[in-house]
Structure formats: C-alpha cells, structure tokens
Design a protein around this ligand. Structure first.
Ligand SMILES: NC(=O)c1ccc[n+]([C@@H]2O[C@H](COP(=O)([O-])OP(=O)(O)OC[C@H]3O[C@@H](n4cnc5c(N)ncnc54)[C@H](O)[C@@H]3O)[C@@H](O)[C@H]2O)c1
Length: 366
C-alpha cells in the first residue's frame, strides 16, 4: 500500500528553519506546505527562493487542517507557546532544544502533549547523529563493558570573541549556558551511561576579559562534573567560547564545534573524534593481559551534519514515525530529565561550582 505523504510546516525561518526547509524540499515523500515567520524579509525569501507559502502569524499555520507535523524552530523563549498551540491544534510537534527555559513551561508542554494525544519530540539531535548513535550501539553491544567514566571535550568554533547581537544576547531569551548549549552534552551523558545523574558541579571558567568578553549573556563553565550512581562520573570540559578553536577555512558555518569524547568502561574504552570522523576502541585484556587497540572505525566521506548534527534526519525519522503510527525515537519526558540536569547545572554555576542535587520533580498544577 502507498504510504501517505505527510504534510509539514516550519515555525521560525531563521538559521535552523531555513536549513530544515532546504533539506525537506529534497524529500519526495514529505511535503513542506508552509512556514511562519514574523520577519518580512525572511518570508519573502521563503516565497521567492523556495516557492513556499509564508504566514506572518504562526497561529494561522497551526490552523491549517492539512498539516500533520510542525517543526518549531523559534527562539528558546517561544518554544512553549508555539508547541502548545500546535499540539492543541492537533499537530505532532518536533521542537528545538532547549525544551524550554522554565520548568513550569516544560510541565505545561508535557501536559499539552498528553491531553492532545499528539507526540512531542525535542531535538536532542546528537543522539540521532551517526557517530553518537554508533557509540551507543557499541556500548549496548558490550564492547567496553559497563560505561563508568566519560570525558567530553567541547570547543566552539568561530572567529574569536564576538559578542552575539541577536535575541541570544539577552539571558532571559536563552536561559543560560546549560539550558541553551550544555543540554546537548548532558543528554549524551545520560544516553551513554544509561543511568540518571544524581548530582552536578558546574565550575565557572576563569574570567578572561570579564562580562564584556562573554560571547553570550552568560559566564561559561570550564568543567562540569556529573555524578551518577555507583561512582560513575561524566566530565564536560569546555573552553571559552570562540577563543581557541578555528574551523578550517570555508567550514565556519558548516559546523562551528569541535568535539572529542572518551568513554571508559569496565572492560575497554572508546574515543570519538568528531572532526576526524573516527571511533577508536581499546580492549583492557589484550595479549598478555595488556591494554591493546581493538579497532578503529572510520566514517569519512559522510556529510558532517549527518555525522553529528543530524536534525534533518531526525526530523524525517519523526515524520515517518508519525505517519506509521509509531512513538518517537525517545519521548519528551526523557528530554525533561536532561533539562532537570541542566537546571541543576545552572544553579551550581551560579553558586560558583557548588555540588547540587538534580531535582526531577516537575512543577505541579500545570
Ligand atoms: N539542535 C541544535 O543543534 C540547534 C542548533 C541551532 C539552534 N537550535 C535552536 O533552534 C532554535 C532557532 O535557532 P536559530 O539559530 O535558527 O535562530 P534564528 O534567530 O536564526 O531563527 C529563529 C527565527 O524565529 C523567528 N521567530 C521569532 N518569533 C517568532 C514567532 N512568534 N513565530 C514564528 N517565528 C518567530 C525569528 O524571526 C527567526 O527568524 C533555537 O531555539 C535554538 O536554540 C538548535
């Protein structure tokens, strides 16, 4: 039987929204019906460059009975309003990270999901991207035994200390480093460990040039320690945004991140280098009981976005699941747990790196 062509709409036609539009337009089995965007110039671009119908008010897009799924690519502070309206209008929603910048709004979004009987998927897309997915497969297959210790090094690319001048310049629009950015890494820690974080310590980075030198409206962390049951530990090392790492010329807008991640297990370890697109596996019980290199997996020649920023592939997967009546890759409540850890990190960094217990209780009465 022929499968239904799902019809989708995108709210927010900025960096992410346009990127997703370009990608979905290449898809024969998904129809991008319209976008919504308050900025006139961007609407014009959507109409003239891509031949799309463009609404100024996202509520008009939500009212379109023909649309099955909405991609919410609005700024962080708009996520709850758009997602709740869309679900109440009967649409499944794929919503950008962060879930929301306030716990109360997350509770309201989860409530709307339940009451509307629609699905809400948060774009923690690293989980869906090829390299992270492969690492998770290797862990689940027992290649390194039980994961015990993770080290995630993250450098953000760019052209030095440039202060952000968009909506991201205001802290009330983004929420904080962990809510805006660190949540991706925290999500990966939970995913790889297959366990829930109990406590966190978010240690602020030394002040290099003071608040004037901050890239976004927050002081960044140098190190984030995430404590799991059974003395398992994950550590995120970050370096002052856009100060150190420069992507190869011509690739500044392609990626803007440099990652490498080590996972040490009870029987072996693995190391992922995202730029080099390799996963290196070590075995602790090689010949003579010595640690040896088990193998190197290489994923060269694959689109970098597919390797570690696969929002488009993840969205496509969500749309197909909605078409086929299947649940999402992971549920929204799971993403709430990642955000609960992010909120604990925000509290810890404000307290200068004090150890904080993660509170997984959702605000009541939403
Ligand atoms: N998953 C990821 O890795 C990833 C990467 C980048 C950005 N993001 C997230 O995606 C979202 C969008 O980021 P971006 O970089 O595209 O920002 P952007 O500023 O480029 O785009 C946001 C767009 O939303 C529009 N907008 C504002 N209010 C609106 C409204 N009421 N209705 C419709 N549109 C509205 C803005 O005019 C703008 O065009 C953010 O939440 C961001 O955190 C996620």
């Amino acid at each position: 039987m022929e499968k239904k062509i799902m019809k989708v709409g995108i709210v927010g036609f900025g960096g992410v929204g346009e990127n997703i539009a370009r990608c979905i337009l290449k898809q024969a089995d998904i129809k991008l019906k319209a976008i919504a965007e308050p900025d006139e110039a961007k609407r014009k671009k959507a109409e003239e460059t891509y031949g799309l119908k463009a609404y100024a008010d996202y509520r008009k897009l939500c009212e379109d009975k023909d649309i099955d799924v909405i991609y919410n690519a609005t700024p962080n502070f708009m996520h709850p309003e758009v997602a709740i309206t869309a679900m109440k209008s009967g649409k499944h929603v794929f919503s950008e990270k962060p879930f929301s910048i306030k716990k109360e709004d997350i509770a309201a979004m989860l409530k709307a999901e339940k009451e509307s009987r629609r699905y809400l998927q948060i774009d923690f897309e690293m989980r869906y991207s090829l390299l992270c997915k492969r690492v998770k497969e290797l862990i689940d297959a027992g290649e390194i035994g039980e994961p015990k210790n993770i080290l995630f090094n993250h450098f953000c690319g760019g052209q030095g200390f440039e202060k952000e001048k968009t909506w991201r310049a205001k802290i009330e629009n983004i929420g904080g480093y962990y809510i805006e950015e660190g949540c991706h890494r925290i999500d990966i820690f939970r995913y790889y460990m297959g366990a829930e974080m109990e406590e966190v310590m978010a240690i602020p980075a030394p002040q290099v040039r003071g608040p004037e030198g901050w890239y976004r409206a927050y002081r960044e962390p140098a190190s984030t320690l995430c404590f799991f049951p059974g003395e398992k530990l994950a550590n995120l090392i970050t370096i002052q945004h856009r100060a150190v790492y420069f992507p190869p010329p011509g690739m500044e807008n392609e990626l803007g991140h440099e990652y490498n991640v080590s996972v040490v297990g009870s029987e072996g370890s693995l190391y992922t280098n995202f730029w080099k697109a390799t996963i290196l596996l070590m075995d602790f019980s090689g010949p003579g009981g010595k640690t040896c290199l088990k193998r190197i997996e290489s994923y060269r020649g694959i689109d970098l976005n597919v390797l570690h920023h696969n929002s488009c592939g993840f969205f496509r997967d969500f749309v197909y699941r909605m078409r086929d009546g299947k649940p999402p890759f992971f549920n929204a409540f799971d993403s709430w747990k990642t955000m609960a850890c992010a909120f604990a990190c925000e509290e810890s960094i404000k307290k200068g790196g004090k150890r904080v217990t993660v509170d997984y209780t959702l605000p009541e009465g939403q």
